[in-house]
Write a protein that binds this ligand. Structure first.
Ligand SMILES: [Zn+2]
Ligand SMILES: [Zn+2]
Length: 256
């Protein structure tokens, strides 16, 4: 089976010693595409450079809410303009995260809105990171519509978000989180979201799926996530793999 990794951070220090080895293994094991995702200017440049080095890697550039304090989002325009072959296919990851710091909500919201505008001007989709901030995320997206697609990464569903996603045709990515022990409701939400709007990710090196929690995650774990998704959807796993693969290519507008 072929897989499309929609979210990974291969310039993370966790891969300092084995980055090329892991990427080679990915290629050998059916990982046909990887989106390497930036979370500040430095990691966005790293993602661009990685995409220049490897045919099967594409980049997303953006500033994560954790980096709100030194966030020069205008720099994203320059990165895009100066790196025609950096295969930049999205603005991300961007969004809101109130899990650790919640006394800077206004700044986070401003940065999120400004980067949605960058994406709209560059005609790129966005990759959204949202943690403990679903209501504000919901309101921002409703008011400031991403015009070229929105992907909710590591999607944690609830009634409002699932409705927003369905109404607007947005895309959601499930990762290791889908394998964790969840209430019945989680499975019901997964069932409710059309398969055409779902992709898979690992968020490597973070969020390893069961039974590998506590280890360094890699894209080689994508089949585990795909299996779980097929189980929740009560669909054939090969069919699910094929559909989410095509969804990913379509979302990131990758033709080759
Ligand atoms: Zn994230
Ligand atoms: Zn991430």
């Amino acid at each position: 089976m072929k897989y499309f990794e929609t979210h990974a951070h291969y310039s993370d220090e966790a891969f300092l010693e084995n980055q090329s080895e892991i990427l080679k293994k990915c290629k050998e094991n059916g990982i046909e595409y990887i989106i390497d995702v930036g979370y500040n200017i430095k990691s966005s440049i790293d993602a661009i450079e990685l995409a220049k080095k490897y045919d099967f890697i594409y980049s997303a550039i953006g500033i994560h809410p954790h980096d709100v304090n030194n966030a020069d989002y205008n720099e994203l325009y320059n990165l895009y303009k100066d790196n025609a072959n950096g295969k930049i296919v999205a603005i991300g990851e961007i969004g809101l995260d109130y899990a650790f710091v919640s006394d800077n909500k206004a700044e986070q919201i401003d940065l999120f809105i400004n980067q949605i505008e960058v994406a709209n001007k560059l005609k790129l989709p966005i990759i959204i990171h949202s943690r403990d901030a679903y209501l504000d995320t919901y309101n921002v997206i409703k008011e400031h519509k991403p015009l070229y697609g929105a992907l909710f990464h590591c999607f944690h569903p609830n009634d409002d978000l699932v409705r927003l996603v369905k109404e607007n045709g947005y895309t959601v990515a499930f990762g290791g989180n889908i394998t964790y022990k969840r209430g019945k409701k989680f499975a019901e939400y997964v069932k409710e979201i059309p398969i055409e709007q779902i992709v898979i990710e690992t968020d490597s090196p973070y969020l390893p799926p069961e039974p590998y929690r506590g280890t360094i995650n890699t894209s080689l774990n994508l089949p585990i996530i795909c299996n779980k998704l097929a189980e929740y959807k009560e669909m054939d796993v090969e069919q699910v793999a094929k559909i989410v693969y095509e969804n990913s290519k379509r979302f990131f507008n990758i033709k080759e």
